[in-house]
Each structure stands twice: as C-alpha cells, then as structure tokens.
Design a protein. Structure first.
Length: 295
C-alpha cells in the first residue's frame, strides 16, 4: 500500500535564505545531510519552511529542488496547504507534476471553516488530484481543530491517507486508530511527545529537531519502530531539551540559529519572523551540547 512508505522520522525542512533570497545551494546540502543521517522522508515548504512568506514561484522551486535532490532515496511529502481550496489544489497538482510522493495540507487557517467545510476542502483536493494527502492538524496556529469524526469520514476517501497531528494530545491517536482503520497513517508533528505517540501506535514524526540533529532523531525513531523502548528513552533524554529549546522563540528562528552554529546555513528568516532573540540563545546552545552537537 502506498501509505506504508510514510513512516519514521521525516524532517520538516527549513528554507535557508541568504540576502533575502532562497539559498538553493544550502537547501540541497541540507537535504543531503538529512538523507545521510538516516531520515525516512522529507517535508519541504511546511510551516517550518516558512511557506507563508514564500512566493508561489519560490514554493514550487523548493519542492522541485527537494524532489530532484532526494532522487527517490526517500519519499517527499510536499507542503501544499492554503486557506483557499483552489490554491491548495493548485499546489497539490504541482507537487504531483514534479514527482512528489504525497502532500501535507494544513487545515484552512484564519477563515475558520466548520467541520463540514474542512471535510469538503479535503474532499475537493482528493477529487482533483490523484496523490496521497496528509491532513495537518495544528489548532494553535490555524484556529480550527479537525475532529476525529471528520477524519474518519476523510479516511474513506482514496487519496486521504493519514494525519500529521501537532496537538500534542496523545488521547486522540487510539481513537483515530479505531475510527480511521488500519491503513490510516499516524504521524505526529510534536517532537517532545513523539515517544508517547509511537507507543500509542504511531508510525512516525514530522520533525523540526531533525533539521539540527538528523542522526540522533533517526536513531530515536528506529528504536521506536523496532519496539526498543529503553534505547528510545535514551535518545529522548538526550534530545528533549533541544526539542523544547527550538520553540523558545518564534519557529523556525531558533532552529536556524542552531543550524547556523553548525555552519549549515545562515540564521536569516523572513519577516514577520525575526532572528532568534539573544536571551534564548544560551539555552539553545546548552541543549545542543546535551544532544552531543557541541563541545
């Protein structure tokens, strides 16, 4: 089944900038570093990729670069979310045209549709483009929370294959397993609670921390998938402060700061995101040391 390819640690890639432009060379290097670190997939132009401040041309170019660089070594789940259904369909069609393996579509933000509105939004994408679609539920950013009942309806559609759940609510997953069926792919978008999510039957994590520490995140997720919970807890304990530190300022500013310390890209973000505040930088550096990334 196509959705069986989507599991493990899947980084929500940052989009590196230099002098206001997408730094394509740095982005390609980041993708190569993730694959070398053992990740199981890639998500370009999600929230962490600052998709809301990319032009459509930039968005599409980043997806193309990711697919080309990955070259089939790991699946690419391209961000294709919008609060306009027509725009989400356009981005999904582009992702399919350039060879992405699936899309990640956030619940419509700001206009706060009803449960029926969200169902019809995803159904329209399902009907328009034959490509696996992951629902992305992050109510803290969008202002809406898609219910398990609505997800159960969506799971009956052929192209709606799973969820990225960034609520941090571990009680949802058991009900989703029961309501959405055995083929429903359960991915968390919350690094700190990924250990619990996997223990509850999850299949993987769309990870921010993997941008900084792909090897450690891959080792953690491999242990989870193999049921090696003592090993998974070891990696959890090394990474948990980094998970938290990367959200001490507006994301992805702390992640870009950490990556800049490793010489991977600049810490440049696009307004309204500003560079990571000086006050939180020591905590990020300390967390990187705990994760074995600094002396």
């Amino acid at each position: 089944m196509v959705q069986s390819h989507f599991k493990g640690v899947i980084p929500a890639l940052v989009t590196p900038f230099r002098d206001g432009e997408v730094d394509e060379k740095a982005f390609v290097s980041l993708v190569e570093r993730q694959i070398a670190g053992g990740v199981h997939g890639l998500v370009p132009v999600g929230t962490t990729g600052e998709t809301s401040t990319l032009s459509h041309d930039e968005h599409k170019r980043v997806v193309e670069l990711c697919v080309k660089t990955a070259a089939g070594r790991v699946p690419v789940i391209a961000g294709a979310g919008s609060n306009s259904t027509a725009e989400a369909i356009e981005l999904t069609a582009h992702a399919k045209a350039v060879g992405a393996d699936a899309v990640l579509v956030v619940t419509p933000y700001y206009n706060r549709p009803s449960q029926e509105g969200m169902y019809q939004h995803y159904k329209a994408i399902n009907d328009a483009v034959e490509l696996p679609v992951f629902v992305y539920n992050v109510p803290g950013r969008t202002g809406v929370d898609i219910s398990n009942d609505t997800l159960a309806r969506l799971a009956k559609l052929p192209n709606i294959v799973g969820i990225k759940d960034a609520t941090g609510d571990l009680t949802r997953i058991s009900l989703q397993r029961l309501m959405c069926g055995p083929d429903w792919v359960l991915l968390t978008g919350d690094d700190p609670t990924a250990l619990g999510y996997m223990a509850h039957g999850g299949h993987g994590v769309i990870s921010v921390t993997s941008n900084v520490a792909p090897d450690a995140c891959a080792a953690f997720m491999n242990a989870c998938m193999q049921g090696q919970w003592e090993t998974a807890r070891y990696w959890q304990d090394r990474l948990v402060r980094l998970h938290k530190a990367l959200f001490l300022d507006s994301s992805p500013a702390p992640t870009k700061f950490a990556m800049a310390q490793l010489g991977l890209c600049s810490d440049e973000a696009r307004l309204p995101i500003t560079p990571c505040a000086d006050a939180v930088r020591p905590a990020i550096l300390d967390a990187m040391r705990e994760a074995g990334l600094r002396e």
